[in-house]
Design a protein. Structure first.
Length: 103
C-alpha cells in the first residue's frame, strides 16, 4: 500500500512540475502582428475610381501583406495612385478613408 501511495505521489508531483514548466508563448511584437486588412470604400481611398479587377488585385495584395508595415506601405501607394487618378479626372482631392485598413 505504501508503494502505491509513493508512486501516486511521485506521479502527481511530476505532473504538477510538467504543467508548471509549460509557459505561454511570449506576446508577439504588435508592429509585426498582421490582422486581416480591411478593404472597401470605408478603408480604401479612391475605391470608387477602381475597376473590379483593380479592387480584386488590391484586396489580394492587402491580404497577402506579411506585416503591418507592408500593409501600410501598400495603402500609402494606393493613396498616391488614387490622388493621381483623381487629378487626371479633374477632382481636386481624394477624401481620406473613414477607417484604418491596417490596424
Amino acid at each position: 500500500m505504501r508503494i502505491v501511495l509513493n508512486a501516486a505521489g511521485l506521479a502527481a508531483g511530476l505532473l504538477c512540475a510538467a504543467a508548471a514548466a509549460q509557459q505561454p508563448p511570449p506576446p508577439a511584437d504588435p508592429a509585426s502582428v498582421v490582422r486581416a486588412p480591411r478593404v472597401g470604400p470605408e478603408y480604401t481611398p479612391g475605391w470608387d475610381m477602381m475597376t473590379d479587377k483593380e479592387r480584386h488585385d488590391y484586396r489580394q495584395r492587402m491580404i497577402a501583406a506579411p506585416t503591418r508595415a507592408e500593409c501600410q506601405r501598400m495603402r500609402d501607394e494606393q493613396v498616391r495612385l488614387a490622388a493621381e487618378r483623381a487629378r487626371s479626372r479633374g477632382i481636386k482631392d481624394v477624401p481620406n478613408p473613414r477607417l484604418e485598413a491596417c490596424e
